[in-house]
Design a protein around this ligand. Structure first.
Ligand SMILES: *Cc1c(COP(=O)(O)O)cnc(C)c1O
Length: 365
């Protein structure tokens, strides 16, 4: 039996590089609460992502929960169900009502032709997702937001380092959330960030993530605890040094998959968007009219010790905790792709021979 191939494998620096990075912590004994590594990573990320304002969090989900809270929204928020369940949970856990908009079949992001029909007097924001690192129709979303005075918060968990015509993805909307979870293109073990436009948001956002503390003897907000610690930040500093190489290696893997699977009847691939510099975060394949269906391919790969994942199936509006309240038939395009998708293993060190082996299993029928 061949060695287990997981859908992803975390990027890690050399052991010695990380040890060198954390040595200082044994001298300072400062392990969390905006320490030296935290500040260093923040500066490095502002520069890498090309954003003036960035706040770090202990994970991406809490980053999203806190940024939604910071905008003090009420009522309804328009979002899409073809995403990780975190996006929907962050809205609901803020006491807001998600209104599910369908996705477009070109790049699986929110269908901007359907947003306006969902807007009511209760709508206060749009929370779209840059699915697989594909950039949403940001111009159209900005137009709609301006017309109806809505906030726009992007779930950019998949889109670290992606650019559109040279502009970093964090530049769009009022704010963007990034996830630095171990499985993402760039990781801090667990971690996340919010990049945002309005300088004044900084104090509120960072205070909310630190118990609402605003001064030595003052607590102005009912906050929680979502701080990134020094060991996470040190991992980020190391990984950021190598992220461009990692993305280049991912690109080679993706190119091999495309070479083998492009043009096969019944297989639809995610196409790169014009003007977008991708980070090659995921390799989704849609089995539509192929000899066998998605679940059979999933099982055939598993039999050979290869783990592919159904991102995103089920839709978030179809999970047990939401099913009674929402109907996934209301978003038929999202439902259609959720039933057909399989994301294949993809990570920087995935051997091209293994890519061939995976493609052979898919194509041997
Ligand atoms: C990973 C992810 C999140 C949550 O990020 P964590 O860092 O794991 O908390 C949110 N949304 C999407 C689309 C994700 O893929």
């Amino acid at each position: 039996m061949c060695e287990l191939i997981q859908v992803t494998r975390s990027s890690m620096p050399k052991f010695e590089e990380y040890i060198e990075e954390i040595k200082e912590l044994w001298e300072s004994h400062w392990l969390t609460n905006m320490g030296i590594k935290h500040e260093q990573l923040k500066t490095a990320l502002s520069c890498y992502l090309g954003v003036p304002n960035i706040s770090l969090f202990t994970n991406g989900h809490l980053a999203l929960e806190y940024v939604i809270e910071a905008f003090d929204l009420s009522g309804q928020v328009i979002t899409s169900p073809f995403t990780f369940v975190s996006t929907t949970h962050a809205i609901v856990r803020n006491g807001l009502e998600p209104v599910f908009c369908d996705i477009n079949p070109e790049n699986f992001t929110i269908d901007t032709d359907r947003i306006e029909e969902l807007i009511t007097e209760k709508t206060t924001a749009i929370i779209p997702v840059h699915v697989y690192g594909n950039i949403c129709n940001v111009r159209e979303i900005a137009r709609i937001a301006r017309k109806y005075h809505l906030k726009v918060i992007y779930d950019a968990a998949h889109a670290f380092g992606v650019t559109l015509n040279g502009t970093g993805v964090a530049d769009f909307g009022d704010a963007s959330m990034f996830s630095f979870h171990a499985t993402k293109v760039f990781n801090t073990i667990e971690g996340g960030a919010v990049a945002f436009q309005n300088d004044e948001l900084k104090y509120l956002l960072e205070s909310l993530g630190n118990f609402g503390i605003t001064g030595q003897d003052t607590v102005a907000h009912i906050g929680g605890n979502a701080k990134m610690n020094e060991f996470q930040a040190a991992m980020g500093i190391c990984n950021l040094r190598h992220v461009d190489e990692e993305i280049e290696k991912r690109k080679a893997v993706v190119e091999r998959y495309v070479e083998r699977l492009r043009g096969v009847k019944g297989i639809k691939l995610n196409s790169l968007q014009d003007g977008v510099e991708s980070n090659y975060a995921y390799f989704p394949v849609f089995f539509d009219g192929f000899q066998v269906d998605r679940d059979e391919i999933h099982a055939a790969l598993l039999k050979e010790n290869i783990v592919a994942r159904k991102y995103f199936y089920p839709l978030t509006n179809d999970f047990e905790c939401y099913r009674k309240q929402f109907n996934c038939e209301d978003t038929p395009v999202a439902k259609y792709f959720a039933d057909k998708v399989l994301t294949l293993p993809l990570y920087a060190d995935l051997d091209l021979k293994d890519v061939d082996r995976i493609c052979n299993i898919i194509l041997r029928r």
